[in-house]
Design a protein around this ligand. Structure first.
Ligand code: GDD
Ligand code: MN
Length: 378
C-alpha cells in the first residue's frame, strides 16, 4: 500500500510564486512580504527572495520571516551578482505554474498581482506586464535624467523587439512558468533587463497584456541601477544581434580591448610629440603597459563586475593580466607573421587572424588566472 505523506500544516501547492531579487534590502523585506500577503488573500502563493549575499543581512531577515510563515523563503547566492540571473534562479526554484517578478523596494504595486493572475489565467496569456508608460501608469518621482535614460532605452528595445510593448524595461511582470522552462536555455541572464531577455529568447511571439501602475518612490536603501547597468544593456543588445554562441563576457572583453588600442595610440602619439621620434621603442612599450592596465581596470569594473578584485587581489590580478596579455601579444605577432610569410595570406587577413587568436587567448586565460572564474555558462 502506498501511503501518502501528509502533514496537516503543509500548505497546498502554490499557484503563484513571487520572485523578489534583493541586494541590500534588509529594511524593506518585512514590509514587502506583509503587503504581498495582504494583497493575495485567498490565493495559494509562495514568496521567494533571491539574495546575493547582501552584507546588510537581507537573507537573515528573510529567514526570520520564513520562521513565521512557511510560504516565504530565501535563496542566498554566494559570490554572485546580477538581477536577471537572480530572477531566473528564483523562477526555476518553484513548481508554481505562474511566476511574478517584483522589486523588493516597494516601488512596484503589489495590489496589481491579483488582477495580473486573473488575466493570465482566464485569457490564456503568456505574460502580464506592469507598465509605467501605459495611460494610467506613472514614473513617480524620477528626475529628468533618469526619465530620459529610461525613455531612450525603451525606444531602442522597442525597435529591436518589434513588439508593441510600452514598457519593455519593466521589472514587474507575471509569466506562465512553462514559457520560462521553454526559453531558459536561451536567456543571456546578464544585467537588469530580464523581460527584454525573455521576449527576445522566445521561439514564438509571446501573448501578453499590459496593466498600468504608478511606480512608487523608493523608501529605504538606494537604487543599484548605475552606469555599469547601461553598459550591460549595451552588451545584451550586441549579444542579441550577433547571436548567442559568442559569450557576453567575450563581447565585453573585446570592446574594452578595442578601447585599449585607442589608449595605446593616444599615449604613443603624446610621447612622440613630447620626446621626439627617437623615443619610439620606449613609447611603444609604455603605451602597451598603460593600455593593458586600463584594460585590466575596465574589465575588472565591468566584465567581471560580479567577481571584482580588490586590495591585494587587485595587484595580483594586474600582474597576471599583464603577463598573460604579453604572451597573447607574442602569439598574435607569431601567428600573423607565420600566415603572412609562410602561407602568403594577405596582410589584413594575417593581422586579423593574429588579433583574434591573441584576443581569445587573453580572454580565456585571464578568466581562469586573473579573475579565477568558476566554470559557469553565464
Ligand atoms: N539578487 C540581486 N542581485 N538583486 C539585485 C541586484 C543583484 O545584483 N541588483 C539589484 N537587485 C534588486 C534590488 O534589491 C531590487 O529589489 C531590484 O533588484 C531592483 O533594483 P533597484 O536598484 O531598485 O532598481 P531600480 O528601481 O533602479 O530599477 C527599476 O527600474 C528598471 C527600469 O528602468 C527596476 O524595476 C528594474 O527591474 C527595471 O528594469
Ligand atoms: Mn527600485
Amino acid at each position: 500500500m502506498i501511503m501518502s505523506i501528509q502533514s496537516p500544516t503543509l500548505a497546498c501547492p502554490a499557484e503563484l510564486a513571487i520572485i523578489i531579487p534583493t541586494y541590500q534590502e534588509a529594511e524593506s523585506v518585512a514590509q514587502v512580504a506583509e503587503r504581498v500577503s495582504a494583497a493575495l488573500a485567498g490565493i495559494a502563493w509562495e514568496l521567494i527572495f533571491v539574495d546575493d549575499d547582501s552584507p546588510d543581512g537581507t537573507a537573515e531577515r528573510v529567514r526570520a520571516l520564513a520562521q513565521q510563515d512557511p510560504r516565504i523563503r530565501v535563496i542566498q547566492r554566494i559570490g554572485r551578482r546580477g538581477l536577471a540571473s537572480a530572477c531566473i534562479e528564483g523562477m526555476l526554484a518553484t513548481s508554481a505554474p505562474y511566476l511574478a517578478v517584483m522589486d523588493a523596494d516597494l516601488q512596484h504595486d503589489e495590489q496589481l498581482l491579483p488582477e495580473m493572475l486573473q488575466l493570465i489565467r482566464t485569457e490564456g496569456l503568456d505574460l502580464v506586464i506592469g507598465s509605467r508608460y501605459l495611460a494610467g501608469g506613472d514614473l513617480g518621482d524620477w528626475d529628468q535624467r533618469r526619465r530620459g535614460m529610461s525613455r531612450l532605452a525603451t525606444r531602442i528595445a522597442q525597435v529591436l523587439l518589434q513588439a508593441e510593448l510600452t514598457d519593455p524595461m519593466s521589472g514587474f511582470f507575471m509569466i506562465r512558468a512553462e514559457v520560462v522552462h521553454r526559453t531558459v536555455r536561451r536567456l543571456s541572464g546578464v544585467g537588469f533587463k530580464i523581460l527584454l531577455d525573455l521576449f527576445s529568447a522566445a521561439d514564438s511571439p509571446l501573448r501578453f497584456r499590459e496593466l498600468p501602475y504608478r511606480f512608487r518612490a523608493r523608501q529605504y536603501g538606494q537604487s543599484k541601477l548605475d552606469y555599469a547597468v547601461l553598459w550591460e544593456f549595451l552588451l545584451m543588445l550586441i549579444h542579441k544581434l550577433i547571436g548567442p554562441w559568442v559569450p557576453v563576457r567575450f563581447i565585453a572583453f573585446s570592446l574594452i580591448g578595442g578601447l585599449g588600442v585607442l589608449v595605446h595610440l593616444g599615449v604613443l602619439w603624446s610621447l612622440l610629440r613630447l620626446l621626439g621620434p627617437g623615443s619610439f621603442a620606449l613609447g611603444q612599450g609604455l603605451a602597451a603597459l598603460l593600455a593593458m592596465t586600463s584594460n585590466f581596470l575596465l574589465n575588472n569594473l565591468l566584465t567581471y563586475r560580479d567577481l571584482r578584485l580588490k586590495g591585494r587581489d587587485l595587484v595580483r590580478g594586474w600582474l597576471s593580466f599583464v603577463l598573460v596579455c604579453s604572451l597573447g601579444a607574442l602569439a598574435n605577432v607569431g601567428i600573423a607573421n607565420y600566415l603572412f610569410q609562410e602561407t602568403r595570406s594577405g596582410w589584413l587577413v594575417s593581422a586579423l587572424a593574429g588579433i583574434l587568436v591573441g584576443a581569445v587567448w587573453n580572454y580565456a586565460v585571464t578568466a581562469v588566472y586573473t579573475w579565477r572564474r568558476p566554470v559557469d555558462p553565464l
